[in-house]
Design a protein around this ligand. Structure first.
Ligand code: BGC
Length: 764
């Protein structure tokens, strides 16, 4: 498909801190015979938007997507038969910097390369079956145009006075365009078909209000879109020629009503549009996005008009699940979790969409993956990201902190993301397998997983203690952003405790993976390894009475959740965890690492009441505290904003991080009661196990499983539990009732089932 194509580029090039205008490319060709079919294969290092005869090809945004460009770039193919015509035809493209040569994270530009490159081949079959190709080569022409700068983090600048008119239609005069350069790429990345869903323009949002502020005789119009999200703004503007309209984006407002942008750090998050004048102009950028709820428009005169529409962008992951219950604040929490997911599932699972970061942080993804699988179909999305992960794995087997790895090649986090981060290589494929029943993800990643286990054993442990202080290696990010660290970001839970707990967890998962893939002797080896790690863990971190040497909630959560304690010590450890929670007046004390399992551990050790107390807690710190304070997404930090301290440190304070949204899985699995069976993954065997508690009198969850839609809803009134269960075709289900209820029907086949149960062990 690319047999004849050569990589091309323009001579325009920026520098590490300086952007260059987006190059346009065009090629004319003649068709004198009727066309039977035409396929365009296309990719870029950078971003491309293709046009044929004035029509946009496809509807993908930020194609060809983000991969580790040192190794691989994805391509797309489009059926463009209908776009061609008899006589002269034009194919053209505009290139953006994207992740390839724009700013990435907090690093300068040009992380992967210095300028964008383009590769395409149009393959035409005529009605008589003869063929003709139009590949990229030295005969293409290039020019700069109105896009003076297009950067994912910084924003886009468009001078409408420089627009090129019908540049991609026949008859256009390209006499002033220049010859292209043939690119000299080293290394040449492997071309692979796209395997994940493309980013698309998913939805449009209209402002819920506009506030006009006059400051030093300048007017600032702050448009509130009512929702924090990732995307951009389309404007409809009427202003004189040469007016410079500035759009500045923010998640939150200062107390004086101006937008708060300090937490964006080095991301300028500003678009500029220079009007051509003479009537209404509509513009939406092509090569940038921002994380925002508010758009501040300035530069307009009092007579000028500017309408703003929010364009929601994310990888096109199909919504699959819903959760709701009788507590309205929890329903808002669920909406915030979903928006956190939408905002951060953009090509790779990112930490946040707004500041100069937006990276594929392994820890965050690992923490959230189970919840993600409820809300949307993320199967293909994770297949793709796991491929990125094996592309990025170091030769020694290490998994870096962020995938794709953007220049952290050496040093802390660059070759090993550390406990709970790098472990994404084990946890993510296993979770995807459980949720979708798709063994291929285990198969595809088994080598990478195995290599990682060897790397930990050989390079990151002393004895079986991972991140041992004497192991002479970086210990990881700790229990990131836990509030027990007295100001440190890593929390108080010792890194070797976290490291060893996750190592044991990994070994257990690996045993099951090996078993699934038929590697029985390796399964046995991993089982034995897990036992050894468990012994080392207990020896180092557990007292004979079942107390942990570290009295953090996370230390107990990990020991209990990963089943690292002798059976007889579990009750004592669980009571101690409850005591620690009570000591904080029934508030959460965990960071990124402990939070996802906290409620599960409480429930499984007989403390469902405490789990509900935490879930429904409204005062700081809690999941509902941000909801009470108007959040529309999940905050990065429990204390992102508090009434007494205001905004947290601007250096690390996103209002759209999904990690703490990991509680979503518990709401589906335990509040509503929709669980899978690891022995029949993908919900082939559904386990309905509602666990009413707290103030909740009603809950429901629905999920489009790979086999069809399942539903559970329950209602509890005066001790009477009404249940409605839906089991899809080719699935079966079991009902595990909460304490005090009994039913003589516990197995269900496909269909809709209704039950009414009371506590006197009667059922009908
Ligand atoms: C990111 C996190 C990430 C962390 C590592 C932060 O800068 O935003 O979400 O996991 O670094 O500790």
């Amino acid at each position: 498909m690319f047999q004849k194509a050569l990589w091309i580029s323009s001579s325009t090039v920026g520098g590490p801190p300086t952007s260059a205008p987006a190059p346009y490319f065009r090629k004319t060709f003649q068709l004198d015979q009727p066309v039977k079919s035409a396929v365009l294969s296309v990719t870029a290092l950078g971003l491309y938007e293709c046009e044929i005869n004035g029509n946009r090809v496809g509807d993908e945004v930020f194609a060809p997507g983000w991969t580790d460009y040192r190794r691989r770039v994805q391509y797309q193919t489009f059926d463009v038969t209908d776009l061609l015509r008899h006589g002269e035809n034009v194919i053209g493209t505009i290139l953006g910097d994207g992740w390839y040569c724009g700013f990435v994270g907090w690093i300068d530009r040009q992380v992967f390369g210095e300028r964008p490159h383009f590769l395409a081949q149009l393959d035409i079959t005529f009605k008589d079956d003869s063929t003709f190709s139009v590949p990229t080569d030295s005969s293409w022409k290039t020019s700069s145009g109105p896009i003076l700068e297009g950067d994912l983090l910084m924003g886009e600048t468009h001078d409408a006075r420089l627009e090129l008119g019908d540049w991609s239609t026949p008859g256009y005069d390209d006499i002033h365009w220049h010859p292209v350069l043939l690119s000299k790429l080293d290394p040449i990345p492997e071309l692979s078909p796209r395997i994940g869903p493309p980013v698309r323009r998913i939805e449009e949002i209209n402002p819920v209000g506009v506030n006009t502020l006059d400051i030093f005789s300048k007017q600032y119009r702050v448009h509130d879109l009512g929702q924090n999200f990732a995307g951009r703004a389309r404007i409809k503007v009427r202003a004189p020629r040469g007016t410079l309209v500035r759009l500045l984006f923010a998640e939150i407002l200062n107390p004086d009503g101006r937008i708060y942008t300090d937490n964006l750090r080095g991301a300028r998050a500003t678009d500029y549009y220079i009007c051509k004048g003479g009537g209404e102009e509509v513009w939406e950028p092509r090569f940038t996005f921002h994380g925002f709820r508010y758009v501040e428009v300035s530069g307009l005169g009092t007579q000028d008009s500017c309408e703003v529409t929010g364009i929601v962008l994310h990888s096109d992951i199909r919504p699959t699940g819903t959760f709701s219950c009788s507590n309205a604040l929890l329903n808002q929490l669920q909406r915030n979790i979903v928006w956190g997911q939408k905002s951060n599932f953009l090509e790779v699972p990112t930490d946040c969409p707004q500041r100069n970061e937006r990276l594929g942080w392994t820890g965050d993804a690992q923490v959230f993956v189970r919840t993600a699988c409820f809300n949307s179909d993320v199967n293909a999305f994770f297949h793709k990201w796991m491929r990125d992960m094996s592309d990025t794995q170091t030769t020694a087997g290490g998994i870096p902190s962020v995938i794709p790895n953007a220049k952290f090649v050496e040093g802390a986090g660059g070759e090993d993301g550390g406990p709970a981060w790098a472990d994404a290589v084990i946890i993510c494929p296993w979770t995807i397998y459980l949720c979708y029943g798709d063994k291929s993800i285990l198969d595809e990643n088994y080598e990478a997983m195995r290599k990682f286990m060897d790397f930990i054993g050989e390079h990151r442990c002393k004895g079986r203690i991972r991140s041992h202080p004497d192991a002479d290696s970086w210990g990881g990010y700790g229990d990131w952003l836990a509030l027990d660290g007295g100001g440190s970001l890593e929390g108080l839970t010792p890194r070797d405790l976290i490291g060893t707990a996750f190592y044991a967890y990994d070994a257990g998962i690996m045993a099951k993976v090996a078993e699934q893939l038929g590697h029985d002797s390796e399964a046995a080896t991993y089982r034995a390894l897990r036992e050894e790690i468990k012994i080392a863990f207990c020896r180092r971190f557990v007292t004979p009475d079942g107390l942990m040497i570290s009295s953090t909630q996370t230390a107990y959560v990990l020991a209990l959740h990963f089943d690292l304690l002798p059976e007889n010590l579990r009750p004592a450890a669980a009571s101690e965890l409850v005591r620690l929670i009570q000591k904080r007046d029934w508030h959460i004390g965990t960071g990124f690492v402990g939070t996802p399992y906290l409620l599960e551990v409480l429930e499984s050790t007989g403390h469902l009441d405490v789990a509900y107390k935490l879930l429904e807690q409204e005062t700081f710190p809690s999941w509902l505290f941000p909801v009470r304070n108007g959040a529309t997404t999940i905050w990065e930090r429990w204390d992102g904003w508090t009434p007494d301290k205001g905004f947290q440190d601007k250096g690390m304070n996103s209002y759209n991080h999904y990690a703490y949204g990991a509680v979503g899985a518990w709401m589906y699995r335990t509040v509503a009661g929709l669980e899978l069976d690891p022995k029949e993954p993908g919900y082939r065997h559904i386990i309905f196990r509602p666990r009413p508690g707290g103030s909740i009198t009603r809950a429901e969850a629905t999920l489009d499983t790979p086999f069809g839609r399942t539903e559970i809803r329950w209602d509890l009134q005066a001790g009477e539990l009404r249940l409605e269960l839906v089991v899809p075709e080719s699935c079966h289900a079991s009902l595990e009732l909460p304490g005090g209820y009994h039913s003589n029907r516990i197995h269900f086949d496909a269909g809709r089932h209704r039950l009414v149960l009371d506590q006197t062990a009667r059922s009908n």
